[in-house]
Design a protein around this ligand. Structure first.
Ligand code: PEP
Length: 239
């Protein structure tokens, strides 16, 4: 279940992060209308309340966070065991919105990732620098620190998401993405997705970069036509 990168093939993974959008009925409506194209792997991460509604379609469903214990007095948290029983395939951890707004640290991200992977979930671990960090030339240092809590694993994917590009309409240039992905892979040999204002009109140039193995898509994953267009682009890339 956790094997992500068949030997010798470039697997393109497109992950939709719905954040705190879509009720159960809106999720069901999206899933009825959305058909993942052949030749690309598509996963969706709806809010916890909509996970069950997204199950049973032709894609893996991921949670947007997961705790490092199986159960306990942790109000507002959900465990890997609970997600597994529901049929959820994995979880995003360390999204910059969790780090910035909810006090997530490298330490907690590492704990969440390690326990989820050990529990048989796939993990998309998000890393990325702030705009001020990039301007000060600290991007590599930040990525090195954020990656230091992660161990290589077949079920692990890293998402490089420059924080200044998330939900802002600003996108890293393809070369910036390529450079960051190559650096990440020099430290941790796992597939790396790009995230940060990926849209149908910039998906081709970003996904064509050698070390870009897919995309983590926020805003554009909420509309069936836009998400479908990004997935189609990915499906048509030469392997
Ligand atoms: C995200 O939330 O992970 C993301 C990349 O958002 P957006 O595509 O809207 O920038």
């Amino acid at each position: 279940m956790v094997e992500l990168l068949p030997e010798g093939e470039k697997v393109v993974l497109i992950a939709g992060n719905w954040k705190m959008f879509k009720t159960v009925s809106e999720t069901a409506e999206f899933c009825r209308a959305f058909e993942p194209p052949a030749g690309v792997e598509v996963v969706l991460a709806p809010p916890f309340t909509s996970l069950a509604a997204a199950l049973g379609h032709e894609l893996d469903v991921l949670a947007q966070n997961v705790h490092w214990d199986d159960e306990g007095p942790f109000t507002g948290e959900v465990s890997a065991r609970m997600l597994r029983e529901l049929g959820v395939a994995g979880a995003i951890v360390g999204h910059s919105e969790r780090r910035r707004l909810f006090g997530e640290t490298d330490h907690t991200v590492g704990r969440r990732a390690a326990h989820a992977l050990a529990s048989g979930l796939r993990v998309i671990a998000c890393v990325g620098e702030l705009e001020a960090e990039r301007e000060r030339g600290e991007t590599d240092e930040v990525l090195r620190r954020q990656l230091s809590v992660l161990e290589p694993h077949d079920g692990l994917v890293v998402a490089y998401e420059p924080v200044w590009a998330i939900g802002t309409g600003k996108t890293a240039t393809p070369q910036m993405a390529q450079d960051a992905h190559a650096f990440i892979k020099s430290l941790l040999d796992v597939p790396v997705l790009y995230g940060g204002s990926v849209k149908p009109d910039n998906a081709t140039e970003l996904l064509s970069q050698q070390d870009v193995d897919g995309a983590l898509v926020g805003g554009a994953s909420l509309a069936v036509d836009q998400f479908s267009a990004i997935c189609e682009t990915a499906a048509q890339l030469p392997s």
